[in-house]
Design a protein around this ligand. Structure first.
Ligand SMILES: [Zn+2]
Length: 393
């Protein structure tokens, strides 16, 4: 009986000790999402996108209108979320254990589907991904990075943070030995916690890119809805770069250099390119769109879009997702939670844009400024490798 009691205590110690390890490396104070909503209160008529074609040239209609409308409709949800922040600690720990068990069941179900299909797989999901939700040792590179040529590299990007979602995305991708890129905006940075979250992302191998200090939409953000001036665009980009470079360091402790820019609502002008060229910033567009900003899409629409990507998305493709500020960030998170194991098994790996460039021997110079036309994309980067081939104008 005593032995049984001791054994039980040992089990309890293990279980609670283990779950104690699942605390995210960084958390952020609450209320950021509300700030974003307050700062963007313009509501325009819905400019619905009806095409379900994932060809990016046909789906980019007007992300700004949708983003703003979605932010408005998201306000209620965000407020509810904020009201629940008192329970955050408990929720985080139960979320993590539920993520862990979801992950286990996702892996099991995709293992079953793997057995059913003859799909060729490159390797299995990391063994410890279902057992340990703690991000890996930040100083230890995964083995696959010693032979990146054996994999198709995807650059997942997440816009409009920093937010409370940043740390859970870092954690999710760490389960699959992966990273990505956050395009942050200055008006989402609310306090030191925002910088702590971004620094933690960098320390885990992620990039922080510039998405505008005030999310200035160059094409319509000027006086009376006209084009913003060169000076306005320059200020919007430079002010955020200064904030980021002042407050962040590389994972090695060196000064952080911002070299990526995503134009807000993907509406740059010639002046945007001019500023980016002068500042050696690569202008990053997208090859695939999670459509988490599009209120006309359902969860299944979004799921199928990602599902179709397995085995069809190309080495070097850039994928646009949102970290916060749009209607379906949670859809994107859940879909990635379900499908990243399948992407992994199909021979994909996930990396920040700078990691991708490093592994494919591409320098920022090769993809910065205005590029020759790639896929009719107005000179922005949709695939890092294609962009390097296209070169500068
Ligand atoms: Zn944005």
């Amino acid at each position: 009986m005593v032995k049984k009691g001791i054994a039980f205590l040992l089990v309890l110690t293990f279980v609670f000790g283990f779950s104690g390890c699942t605390t995210p490396q960084s958390t952020q104070s609450s209320g950021e999402v509300e700030i974003i909503v307050e700062e963007e209160t313009i509501v325009q008529g819905g400019n619905d996108v009806t095409s379900s074609n994932d060809n990016v040239n046909s789906i980019i209609s007007d992300p700004q209108t949708n983003e703003q409308t979605n932010q408005q409709s998201n306000q209620q949800t965000n407020e509810q979320t904020n009201q629940q922040n008192d329970q955050q600690t408990n929720q985080q720990s139960s979320q993590q254990s539920s993520q862990q068990s979801n992950q286990q069941s996702n892996i099991e179900s995709s293992q079953q589907s793997d057995q059913q299909s003859n799909q060729q797989t490159v390797s299995s999901v990391p063994e410890d991904s279902s057992q340990d939700s703690q991000p890996e040792d930040t100083n230890q590179e995964p083995e696959w990075k010693s032979h990146p040529q054996d994999f198709k590299l995807l650059a997942f990007t997440f816009d409009d943070g920093p937010s409370n979602n940043m740390s859970r995305l870092v954690q999710l991708f760490s389960w699959y030995e992966g990273t990505g890129t956050f395009f942050v905006r200055g008006n989402s940075i609310i306090d030191d916690g925002s910088y702590i979250a971004m620094q933690s992302a960098i320390d885990n191998g992620w990039d922080i890119g510039n998405h505008g200090d005030n999310h200035l939409v160059a094409k319509i953000g000027g006086v009376n809805g006209g084009e913003a001036t060169y000076d306005e665009i320059k200020a919007d980009i430079t002010n955020l770069t200064t904030k980021l470079e002042t407050n962040l360091k590389t994972r090695d402790g060196a000064p952080y250099k911002v070299n990526l820019y995503r134009p807000p609502n993907i509406k740059p002008t010639e002046n945007s390119f001019k500023v980016c060229s002068e500042q050696n910033l690569a202008v990053i567009w997208l090859k695939h769109d999670a459509l988490d900003w599009d209120k006309t899409k359902t969860y299944n629409d979004r799921y199928n879009l990602f599902k179709k990507g397995i085995n069809t998305w190309q080495d070097g493709d850039v994928i646009l997702c949102h970290e916060t500020g749009v209607i379906a960030c949670d859809d994107t998170y859940k879909i990635l939670e379900q499908l990243l194991p399948d992407f992994y098994r199909a021979g994909y790996r996930f990396c920040s844009i700078s990691e991708l460039m490093q592994m494919r021997d591409i320098s920022v110079d090769e993809i910065s400024g205005e590029l020759n036309d790639v896929d009719g994309n107005s000179g922005m980067v949709t695939n890092i490798i294609d962009a390097a081939k296209a070169g500068k104008k």
